[in-house]
Design a protein around this ligand. Structure first.
Ligand code: BJ8
Length: 428
């Protein structure tokens, strides 16, 4: 990394020594997990570059945007409408952290039995290693699970971010839930207008919607190509694209994913893939996997299976459905956004039968031989819902394996044994 980046990190208040250790671990983990894969699409080189510059060039771009008067908004949940941020010329970045880092610091504020995702975002912030968090003019939290709700209460009193805004979210999806979401998105729009010093209009909101929809359309194209047997891209690489979705410049990301899809279309036509035709095909469903959480896909694919879809917020739950853009007023467009987002069937909702329907539909569309339900340890919503999902899928004759785990590699051997046995069961 260049000296300019070090200056930038210093200016952002990062702890350079700890940050060096994080980057070294991230680089080594990436090389071992991704660069050892065979027959990767050429287009993945772009994502290799993005990852090699994840705390460098992209952060520099954020700093340049800030210097030009644009606002950077960081968030933790796919319910935060990126469209509104982009409409007001802001830059939106995902903040979730997927590594066991700074846990000792985090546990000074949170109980040990807090989910890894929450502990990780505390750990990254407290040890001052997340440039995205430091660069954000506004960090947006949301009332989803109890863990996040309570964590934001503590977080807001720590001098770690420039400003924290917490959005309320419904827990039920009926008319009242919709009304609450419309109201919250309207309030968020006012907050963003105040921050950006700009007015939300039909024109700029439609542009924001179009930019995010274009990213999603590219991801839909990628998802469909994964239905081919042999699968033209590994689950690891597809997960990486889903992860970079949250960080990258929208237009550059859309162009890069479409370029990969052009390449994959040729592969599919030629009958080429990353795994042998007939290799066990797995759908992963459950908690989001934030960078650098590659543990489960890396184990599953090293056992000879291929992951063909992710029913996850870092995956199809997050990217499915385009936002409607036919409204002729700002209010109508915001209501359209609420309708689109209410179809993210997160386990924090009750009841949540639509999520199970999504899992079954995806298993069918991507010709999955089995489902792995992934729960982050101590995540009540997904771990509890996981039992019901497993029972329903098994009843529908879809073999299912439930894995609840944290970010450490301590149980990797045990998980591998369970995955191998599951694949044997699938093969019959
Ligand atoms: S819409 S999945 S991004 S809340 S893993 S912190 S639920 S205890 S991440 Fe999520 Fe939005 Fe839902 Fe998606 Fe809590 Fe569970 Fe931890 Fe979680």
């Amino acid at each position: 990394m260049s000296e300019d980046y070090r200056m930038m990190w210093k200016d952002l208040g990062l702890d350079l020594e700890t940050h060096d250790a994080l980057l070294a671990a991230l680089g080594a983990g990436y090389a071992q997990t991704f660069m050892t894969q065979k027959d990767r699409p050429e287009g993945m080189k772009y994502f290799d570059f993005v990852m090699s510059e994840v705390h460098g060039l992209r952060v520099k771009e954020l700093m340049d945007a800030k210097a030009a008067g644009r606002k950077v908004v960081g968030s933790f949940c796919v319910y935060v409408p990126e469209e509104i941020v982009l409409a007001l010329d802001g830059v939106h970045v995902g903040l979730c952290a997927g590594a066991e880092f700074g846990y000792a610091e985090a546990e000074k504020y949170l109980p040990r039995n807090t989910c890894g995702l929450i502990k990780s975002f505390f750990g990254f912030s407290l040890t001052r290693v997340c440039p995205y968090m430091s660069a954000s003019d506004l960090v947006v939290g949301e009332n989803t699970c109890d863990g996040k709700k309570k964590a934001y209460e503590i977080f807001k009193d720590l001098p770690l971010v420039n400003a924290l805004y917490v959005m309320d979210l419904p827990q039920m999806k009926g008319e009242r839930g919709r009304a609450l979401l419309v109201d919250e998105y309207t309030k968020f729009a006012r907050k963003m207008e105040e921050l950006a010093g700009k007015k939300l209009t039909v024109e700029n909101l439609k542009k924001g919607i179009a930019r995010v929809n274009a990213k999603r359309s590219a991801m839909h194209r990628l998802a469909k190509l994964r239905a081919a047997d042999p699968a033209p891209i590994s689950g690891l690489d597809a997960l990486l694209a889903n992860q970079v979705f949250f960080y990258d410049d929208p237009e550059r990301f859309t162009g890069s994913v479409n370029a990969i899809c052009d390449e994959l279309e040729k592969r599919v036509k030629a009958g080429k893939g990353v795994a042998k035709k007939g290799a066990p095909r797995i759908l992963v469903s459950g908690c989001p996997m934030a960078v650098p959480n590659w543990k489960i896909p890396s184990i599953v694919e090293s056992c000879g299976a291929v992951i063909v879809g992710e029913e996850s917020c870092v995956g199809e739950r997050g990217t499915r459905d385009l936002a409607p853009d036919s409204g002729t007023t700002v209010e109508a467009l915001i209501a359209g956004l609420a309708d689109r987002y209410l179809k993210r069937h997160c386990a924090v909702f009750t009841p949540n039968p639509e999520r199970l329907e999504d899992v079954k539909a995806m298993a069918d569309a991507y010709k999955a031989d089995g489902v792995i339900h992934y729960g982050i340890q101590f995540c009540n919503p997904y771990q509890i819902e996981g039992g019901a999902v497993e029972r329903a899928l098994e009843k529908a004759k879809i073999p299912t394996l439930r894995i609840d785990t944290d970010y450490s590699m301590e149980d990797a051997g045990q998980i591998r044994t369970r995955v191998e046995a599951f694949l044997e069961r699938i093969k019959g």
